[in-house]
Design a protein around this ligand. Structure first.
Ligand code: NAD
Ligand code: 4PL
Length: 248
């Protein structure tokens, strides 16, 4: 059967668990060959084994340019190259403002913003070389709109991801590549469940227009749309997916 992403290769970073795993699962269900990439290789292999259409795992730290270059070579060898990049991997910290020091700031910017650049540089160079009508979808956060507490470096990095995504749309439109950002609200991922963010659901739900607890699939469904041909006229945009917690 021909699904809407048949014949495409999708690279999802941070896909061993949480939102990334849900996105990878949904893109595979839509027919894509999915590369489940994560710094946690064991988790990535276990996640890929649950997915359809020949999904496979690659271990890579998005902030390591050599590991990312090796990953893109392996994908080219195995599939012919990336059509859809989902920049999902990031660290989700909970650090009170008085503990936000330079080491924390540098780490979060290095992984969440510079790591996103490293993967995007390599993947979009490959898309252009292979004449792919590519898609870049970057997972930012509604904390950029809300200025959420205990995450100052993270909020700054996510603002950077949104700005970078807009610039990419401008730079890559001439090659038929679109770039969009998605800003989830609070989502019950494995990472959030194991962190103090898990205490915030009641407060966040009070702010939401539509009530309920955000799930990874709420994000995956929107990413699958942006990855599809139905979204071909959308680029440079930021799609907020948070049950109306913030209206911008
Ligand atoms: P999570 O912590 O559950 O999973 C993140 C995954 O990324 C993990 O598998 C981890 O191993 C991987 N990862 C971390 N650093 C990496 C690196 N350097 N290289 C490669 N992989 C790395 O997180 P989640 O809640 O599923 O979040 C996924 C994305 O959604 C992130 O970009 C996050 O900022 C964003 N987001 C999450 C929420 C939320 O409430 N959960 C809200 C808004 C945005
Ligand atoms: C509203 O991106 O969007 C907590 C933790 N609360 O990571 C997030 C909200 C968190 C968020 C986020």
């Amino acid at each position: 059967m021909s699904e809407r992403l048949s014949g495409r290769t999708a690279l999802v970073t941070g896909a061993a668990q949480g939102i990334g795993k849900a996105i990878a699962t949904r893109l595979a269900a839509d027919g894509a060959t999915v590369v489940v990439s994560d710094i946690n290789g064991q988790g990535a292999r276990e996640a890929a084994a649950t997915m359809k259409n020949g999904a496979f795992a690659i271990t890579a730290d998005i902030s390591d340019p050599d590991a990312v270059a090796a990953m893109l070579r392996e994908i080219e060898d195995k599939t012919g190259g990336v059509d859809i990049l989902v920049n999902n991997a990031s660290i989700v910290p909970f650090v009170a403002w008085d503990s936000v020091d330079l080491a924390h700031w540098r780490k979060i910017i290095d992984v969440n913003l510079t790591g996103t650049f490293i993967v995007t540089r390599a993947a979009t160079d490959q898309m252009r070389a292979k004449k792919k009508a590519g898609r870049v979808i970057s997972i930012a956060s509604n904390t950029f709109f809300a200025g959420t507490p205990n995450m100052a470096a993270y909020v700054a990095a996510k603002g950077g991801v949104i700005g970078f995504s807009r610039a990419l749309a401008t730079e890559l439109g001439q090659y038929g590549i679109t770039a969009n950002a998605v800003t989830p609200g609070l989502i019950e991922s494995e990472g959030v469940k194991e962190s103090p963010h898990n205490q915030a659901f009641e407060f966040v739900e009070m702010l939401q227009a539509v009530k309920g607890k955000g799930q990874p699939e709420h994000i995956a469904d929107v990413v699958a749309f942006l990855a599809s041909d139905d979204a071909r006229w959308i680029t440079g945009q930021t799609i907020n997916v948070d049950a109306g917690m913030v209206r911008h």
